[in-house]
Design a protein around this ligand. Structure first.
Ligand code: BES
Ligand code: ZN
Length: 469
């Protein structure tokens, strides 16, 4: 391992230059205009897998964005890692809030700024470099590896789910490894053992066939913008509790021991609030901030649109109003069941003065794993090698829907080994990745393959096969 670490330390500058190339491709999956860039990014990723020494590298077309696959399967008798990550990124608006262009990666004060720096290009690139170091230095990996990189994570992973079902037998492995989460705090590396799920919907209201003069018609018809506000206000009570009938029925309560573990974490609530710029923190009564974010479900309004929003004043009753809403879910809530409950409740609270329609956009199941899983423990030792201290175990409020799908379809545990930071600005202007964490992460990833390679393996060891051509 020492020679692998030497290789990594010698190549630090080259890694940053190559990462800049990867970050320069605007692979925004949510915006159809960027489809050619997404395709170009898939090409770049597959060339990179070839460059670092992986085999059977393929670009698999789907109905949406391509899936990139590569493997190295010569560690006979050792376990197999199925590594998952995403090469697509979020849109960059509001562009004028970026201090440097989102697709011209810029290093400032030891952090690399660009869209995708942390979520997830920088973190998958860290593994590419760890793989490269093993293969270039020793001619081999200490573990079998299959890599799947998708281009639709930020828009719901629709085609990946189908791909996994179709290729279930060829994707046999012992453990999933993912780096797509922040660590607990700067200097506090962590392993994430729980993620929230999600259901995302759009509500559309129509009052009249077109906008109306608010003087001529005000008083005669309902105003959809106002009705939308009345509907939304009925989703939660003043204590932050969600009022959708049956919403909490399947919520797994936080155990006292787990709450005690959260309590021990070095969480500075004052600093958290100040960094967010929030006048005061707010959430469901009876829970701490970490409990609310990691272990309790939420209802959020993601966006609202209606009527006149330009400069000046226009006297109008809008014909339509729209809200995008989402609910973060915790074990054992089922996103489809929650969508049904939401639809029923929406019908119950919506007045007859407007037409209401609901579009279900996407869902993801919540996920939790056992900390004493041997692969999770192996990851803990690897983190210690890369970061010089033992990780803490945390849950996260975000969602990576495919993690539950891996569990469901392939029956595999996941190790969530993330090196981002809580202030990484994912999905926001000035996204960044700390380069010290990136380099520590390359070493930790290289160590992770050693640690997992030394573990006992399950049945997958005996039937290692690649994706069919
Ligand atoms: N990397 C995030 C997931 C994440 C964020 C995990 C923060 C833990 C903490 C991922 O790329 C993401 O943003 N996922 C979406 C999923 C959704 C589009 C289905 C999310 O959480 O909003
Ligand atoms: Zn991500």
């Amino acid at each position: 391992m020492d020679d692998v670490i030497d290789f990594i330390n010698t190549n630090r500058d080259r890694y940053v230059e190559e990462l800049k190339e990867f970050l320069a491709i605007p692979s925004i999956s949510a915006l159809p205009d960027y489809a050619p860039d997404v395709a170009r990014c898939a090409e770049w990723t597959s060339s990179e897998l070839n460059r670092i020494g992986l085999e059977n590298v393929r670009l698999i077309e789907t109905e949406g964005n391509p899936i990139v696959y590569g493997d190295w399967l010569h560690a006979d008798g050792s376990p197999t890692i199925l590594f998952y990550g995403h090469y697509d990124v979020q849109p960059v608006d509001p562009l004028d809030e970026w201090e440097s262009p989102p697709f011209e990666a810029t290093v400032r004060a030891g952090e690399i700024y660009a869209r995708g720096a942390a979520d997830d290009k920088g973190q998958i690139f860290m593994h590419f470099k760890a793989i490269e170091a093993h293969i270039k230095q020793n001619g081999m990996l200490p573990v079998n590896m299959k890599l799947i990189l998708e281009g639709e994570e930020e828009v719901g992973s629709q085609n990946l789910n189908e791909f996994l079902r179709e290729h279930k037998s060829a994707l046999g492995a012992d453990v999933i490894v993912i780096s797509d989460t922040p660590m607990f705090d700067r200097g506090v590396p962590s392993i994430c053992y729980g993620l929230r799920g999600l259901t995302y919907c759009q509500i559309d209201l129509r009052g009249t066939k077109s906008d109306l003069h608010s003087g001529s018609f005000g008083g005669a018809v309902a105003n959809p913008a106002f009705v939308l506000a009345q509907i939304l206000v009925q989703m939660k009570d003043r204590s932050g509790r969600i009022k959708i009938d049956g919403f909490y029925d399947d919520v797994r309560q936080l155990r006292d021991e787990e709450r005690a573990e959260f309590e021990k974490l070095p969480f500075d609530e004052r600093r958290y609030r100040t960094e967010l710029g929030a006048p005061i923190l707010f959430g469901e009564t009876g829970y701490t901030t970490l409990e609310r974010v990691w272990g309790r479900p939420t209802f959020e309004v993601n966006g609202l649109q209606s009527g006149f929003t330009g400069n000046g004043a226009k006297t109008v009753i809008p014909a339509i109003a729209m809200a995008k809403v989402s609910m973060r879910l915790v074990p054992d809530q089922d996103p489809n069941k929650i969508s049904d409950l939401f639809e029923t409740y929406l019908k119950k609270v919506a007045p007859k003065t407007v037409d209401v329609s609901l579009t279900r956009m996407h869902t993801g199941r919540p996920w939790m794993t056992e900390i004493d899983n041997p692969f999770v423990q192996a990851a803990g030792r690897a983190i210690e090698k890369g970061f010089g201290r033992k990780p803490v175990f945390n849950r996260e409020g975000g969602s990576i829907p495919v993690v539950a799908t891996f569990q469901e379809i392939l029956g595999l545990p996941s190790v969530l080994f993330g090196v981002g930071l809580p202030d990484e600005n994912a999905h926001a202007p000035n996204e960044k990745l700390d380069l010290t964490n990136f380099h520590g992460g390359v070493i930790a990833s290289a160590a992770l393959y050693d640690e997992i390679g030394a573990e006992h393996c399950g049945t997958a060891c005996k039937t290692i096969k690649s994706l069919p051509h």
